[in-house]
Design a protein around this ligand. Structure first.
Ligand SMILES: Nc1ncnc2c1ncn2[C@@H]1O[C@H](COP(=O)(O)OP(=O)(O)OP(=O)(O)O)[C@@H](O)[C@H]1O
Ligand SMILES: [Mg+2]
Length: 186
């Protein structure tokens, strides 16, 4: 068999494996008794930690993200690994799909802690934005070599488990993913 065929098969097998793992993960998260490890954490530090791991990747893509994270501590009850997973899925998307700049904002608005991650997009409709959180949805069906369309579904399930919300806004070719948690700590 020609080498390129073997490569293609290897690649599809690799993709299938990732798809199965992601799908399995999502079905586990969606189970009613999925265990969360909720704890009170310094949310500003947690987000910085989560973002730090993407420094290299941003660099490689020549993206210099604009990051606004307050110095004063934001205390909140969350599952830290679930938060990291949500941030990871959102940031990987900005690295993959941004057509330019990326902005990350963390702020507390009264009792709500809000994380906004936004990037510029190319020709994305409001309709597509509404479908994004659906399983297997990919806005550009023709794109090859990227994900399986489960990242945002996983993020949404995890947010719901933590009693948070996640939604998207599209304005002037800027897509913003917004995560919100209620915090009774200050
Ligand atoms: N930050 C973003 N900017 C532009 N388009 C986005 C962004 N995030 C998601 N999308 C669009 O929404 C679709 C669904 O995103 P999602 O993260 O669920 O899946 P994926 O990135 O295709 O695959 P996976 O995350 O499973 O590897 C993407 O394929 C892309 O078309
Ligand atoms: Mg994704």
């Amino acid at each position: 068999m020609k080498k390129e065929y073997i490569e293609t098969i290897k690649n599809s097998a690799g993709r299938l494996k990732i798809l199965l793992e992601d799908f399995f993960e999502l079905s586990i998260i969606e189970q009613a008794d999925y265990p969360l490890k909720m704890e009170i954490v310094k949310f500003n530090s947690l987000i910085i930690e989560a973002l730090f791991g993407f420094y290299e990747e941003f660099n490689r893509r020549n993206i210099e993200p604009e990051i606004h994270i307050p110095d004063n501590d934001i205390m909140i009850m969350v599952d830290p690994s679930a938060v990291k997973r949500v941030v990871e899925n959102l940031v990987i998307n900005t690295i993959r799909y941004s057509t330019g700049d990326v902005t990350i904002h963390l702020r507390r608005i009264n009792s709500v802690v809000q994380l906004k991650i936004s990037n510029s997009v190319h020709q994305l409709s409001k309709q597509e934005v509404n479908l994004m959180f659906d399983r297997f949805y990919k806005a550009d069906q023709t794109r090859t070599g990227s994900g399986t369309g489960l990242g945002l579904s996983i993020a949404k399930s995890l947010m719901e488990k933590m009693d948070g919300i996640i939604y998207a806004e599209l304005k002037d070719n800027q897509l913003t993913m917004i995560c919100e948690w209620e915090s009774k700590y200050s």
